[in-house]
Design a protein around this ligand. Sequence first.
Ligand code: ATP
Ligand code: MG
Length: 475
Amino acid sequence: MRRLPLRSLRGQLTAGLVVLLALACLAVGVTTSLALRGFLMGRLDQQLSASGGRFAASLEHETEPDADNSADTRGQAEATFGARLLDGTVTQAAVVDDATDRPLQLTPEDRHTLAGIPVGGGGYSIRLSALGKYYRVTAVRGDDQDTLITGLPLHPVEETVHRLEAVEAVLFGAALMATGIAGAVWVRISLRPLQKVTARAAEVARLPLASGEIAMPGPLSDTDPRTEVGQVATALNHMLGHVEDALTRRQASEERLRHFAADASHELRTPVANIRGHAELALRHHSPVPAEVRHALERIDSESVRMTRLVDDLLLLARLDAGRPIEHEPVDLTLLILNATDDARAAGPGHHWLLDLPEEPVTVTGDAHRLQQAIGNLLANARTHTPTGTDVTITLTKERTTVLVDVSDNGPGIPEELQPEVFGRFVRADHARSRSTGSTGLGLAIVHAVIAAHGGTATVTSRPGHTTFRLVLPG
Ligand SMILES: Nc1ncnc2c1ncn2[C@@H]1O[C@H](COP(=O)(O)OP(=O)(O)OP(=O)(O)O)[C@@H](O)[C@H]1O
Ligand SMILES: [Mg+2]
């Protein structure tokens, strides 16, 4: 059996059971001991009063001249004590030893104790130093106005009581142990349905409820409303039902939103392409147009280019969100990086583009076009968000099960408050400037979505003078 932690409900119930039983055993033990002692004392007192001071009466006073020192020990139990007192002074004391009487040398305290025993007042327990034991004694008035004290040793009573206590201790100990074991098993069995409830709650807690379609586990079956566990299970079932409802509705609304974003971007493509086409057509017109009109047409053209990109980015994100499957083909990442760097070099000749590639070509499985786009976005960022003359290093590393792509630059870095959300949508450091430079804040969101679709991760570390974007792809 597994160890029972005392803090658990199981441990506490079992411990409570054992403690209660131990208290009951203690009460029974104390009561029976007291009752037995009382009973045995009563019997001892009866014996003493039946003897009626016969032994003590047969003792001769030390002062009597014809004392032959032999008392009447017939019918007296072994270790019976007898003493005669005259005017409060002990004159003779003896104990039955081997069926004869043996005179006793009493100590002054013994004499004092004996003198203090009230006459005819039932049994008293005293200790006599001369005998070294506790005695039960009674005192009666003798025929010649003396006091006759008879005593019987108490130790047989004590022994009997102790024997009972020992038997009880063994019995109660065994009962407690048996109750502990049986109680632990019983509590465990009774609480088993609770474990199911706990396991189900833990199972639900582990589910990624924040997003996506969630398959909720079925309801619990132990729902007897007469038991507390059944009530908890019913409440949990209700709660899971509500959570499932809410999740289904959330999933449906997310789906609708995704479809809307995908449809909207798709629908926008044609009119944007038309605007661009018409602007280009008008610009190519031979007849002279006023400079302002030409400028306006050029603005329409450049803005429609930007809008085309924006719409394409939105459409791509909507498709990746919808979990559209990507291509699964071998991609030569080395070649892809070489091409992307060539493009970046052409677009940003003022930057220093450095490559650190392994000897052997590195391939991954995935969508070449999307990966090119992701790496292109990182290089575009390293170019557009850093001043001319910045060093940009692209490092490709093949590890045992993964492939790492690091794009580092020694530019100004990403503001610290922006770093946690830099892969979010429309996240930019400088909105005002971004608008003029044509950046939308979707570049890194696309990087993140593309790498996630490949089963990898995208992370960033940045401080002034050192920014590194790392892509980890399954290799
Ligand atoms: N290498 C970098 N150095 C400094 N800041 C960067 C770097 N890369 C990204 N950033 C910051 O992160 C923000 C988000 O980048 P992201 O690529 O998502 O958007 P963008 O470049 O502004 O627009 P888009 O890429 O859509 O044209 C940027 O606006 C910029 O502030
Ligand atoms: Mg960008």
